[in-house]
Write a new protein. Structure first.
Length: 489
């Protein structure tokens, strides 16, 4: 069977770009070329190109792996997005990606050239929370992060996202070229300001002459992104092949729902992302807080509790009456910590999220969602728990979620089977929890993990007691038993 490489021979029920990709130049460099970018920002850019044209095609950069390049280059950047709703199914080929580069596999010069090119007006980023090398306490660089450590020593041969962005800005400044806009698309609160602080700190350490110029001239708008996109497996490639009549090694599957809220602050123009439904606002923070606490926080809770209850996929969690009840409880508790948001009905949003989690056509693994907890629980669980505590609201739902995360940190299931704890602080956690099997000791050890738990929560007897009570039930019996007990409260 032939490989997908053009769009003029595809079946009529496959949606193809409503424009000639080759007629449009490059204007965006994306760092972190993975499934989410292909299902989200690239789709919006495809819609923008169809609506109003422009030279906005994307140079996709994989920072570590060459897999994306191997998949996409023989296909001329084309790939399939399968959008699967509970009762809908769309197969679409995206043409917005111009080329793919593997920075760590010989393409560093091409990446640097793309970042320095006058045609590049926007750099978008999706490298997950742990990929930035951010010190949350200071708002600057984490000097212990491998990429940051390397880039501090070798600023002219960077390997990390912050180093690459800074090098690109340095090249442009030296050549008298206007800076690009840097648009973070990861689940970080105030992600634009966080990335700005990271770049400014790195500049102060390695290129101090650029710091003031970056502070004054470079835009770092914040954004909120939302589209559940599981890591693609062989079944996704097979589904694309059936639909296309051609092989697609880069196909992704995602849900029908998609949302993008963006702070409208771009110095060199932008695509008409509104054509794909993007919402441009002056302040992203309220939307971001809603999504982090309701969608992401509930996702984390159900991932930890579900994985340890024998549920492989999110859809399996929602088929369990007790777990589904706790999902809805968490959504309600998270919504109660939010200030009113014009045009948003939190109850309706919660119902929509529950329906999305139930989607039988998405195979989103709980183990995948459970990764990188130390990077996620501060904004997803601790922040709403702190607000609930200060408002006099119930904190039990958040305590349950935190206890489930602590249970996951032990890296063993109820039956003794061990698994890899995928977390940037896994070694530190393992050291703290060695030979710990009592809930109070585990809570004490993890609550003292530097830079993680807010002081007010650490010092709250109420919250600690709730977390300890839930974790004790999980350890003395089983996670499934603790779930049943919790759902009956």
């Amino acid at each position: 069977m032939t490989r997908l490489s053009r769009i003029d021979h595809l079946p009529g029920d496959v949606r193809v770009p409503a424009y000639d990709p080759a007629a449009h130049g490059e204007g965006i460099v994306h760092l972190g070329l993975g499934a989410f970018h292909k299902a989200h920002q690239a789709v919006y850019t495809d819609d923008a190109l169809a609506a109003s044209g422009g030279d906005w095609r994307i140079v996709g950069v994989s920072l570590r792996s060459s897999g994306a390049v191997d998949e996409l280059t023989p296909q001329n950047g084309l790939y399939t997005v399968i959008a699967a709703g509970a009762d809908s199914h769309e197969v679409r080929v995206i043409g917005a990606l111009s080329r793919a580069l593997a920075h760590a596999h010989g393409d560093a010069p091409a990446v640097n050239a793309a970042l320095a090119a006058p045609e590049t007006r926007i750099v978008t980023v999706t490298v997950t929370e742990k990929g930035y090398g951010l010190d949350r306490a200071s708002g600057g660089v984490d000097t212990a992060h491998p990429a940051i450590a390397h880039d501090l020593e070798h600023p002219d041969a960077p390997v990390g996202v912050a180093g690459l962005i800074l090098r690109g800005l340095k090249q442009r400044h030296a050549a008298g070229i206007a800076p690009f806009t840097v648009l973070c698309c990861d689940n970080l609160p105030g992600n634009g300001e966080l990335l700005r602080g990271l770049i400014l700190d790195l500049a102060a350490r390695t290129a101090p002459e650029l710091r003031d110029w970056i502070a004054a001239e470079v835009a770092f708008p914040s954004s909120m992104v939302d589209r559940i996109t599981p890591a693609p497996g062989p079944d996704v490639r097979e589904a694309a092949e059936r639909a296309l009549g051609a092989e697609d090694h880069a196909a992704v599957q995602t849900e029908a729902f998609s949302q993008w809220v963006i702070e409208d602050r771009f110095t060199g123009g932008r695509p008409e992302w509104e054509a794909g439904g993007a919402l441009f606002v002056t302040d992203v923070a309220p939307y971001e807080r809603m999504k982090l606490r309701m969608l992401n926080g509930t996702h984390s809770m159900l991932a930890y509790a579900g994985f340890h209850s024998g549920k492989r996929y999110v859809r399996d969690v929602m088929r369990d009456a007790d777990l589904a009840a706790l999902v809805r409880r968490h959504l309600s508790a998270a919504a109660a910590t939010l200030d009113p948001l014009p045009g948003i009905d939190f109850e309706a949003y919660a119902a929509e999220l529950a329906a999305r989690f139930e989607n039988p056509n998405l195979a989103h693994q709980t183990y995948q969602i459970a990764m990188d907890g130390t990077e996620k629980v501060p904004q997803r669980l601790f922040a709403p728990a702190l607000d609930a505590l200060e408002r006099g609201q119930p904190t039990r739902p958040f305590a349950f979620a935190v206890a489930a995360w602590l249970r996951h940190c032990l890296a063993r299931k109820d039956d003794g089977e061990v698994y890899e704890l995928q977390d940037p602080r896994a070694d530190e956690i393992a050291t703290r929890l060695t030979e710990q099997d009592e809930a109070p000791a585990i809570v004490a050890a993890m609550f003292d993990l530097p830079g993680l738990v807010p002081d007010v929560l650490r010092q709250s007897d109420r919250f600690r007691d709730e977390v300890t009570d839930v974790l004790d039930a999980m350890l003395q019996g089983s996670v499934a038993g603790a779930v049943a007990r919790e759902a009956a409260l």
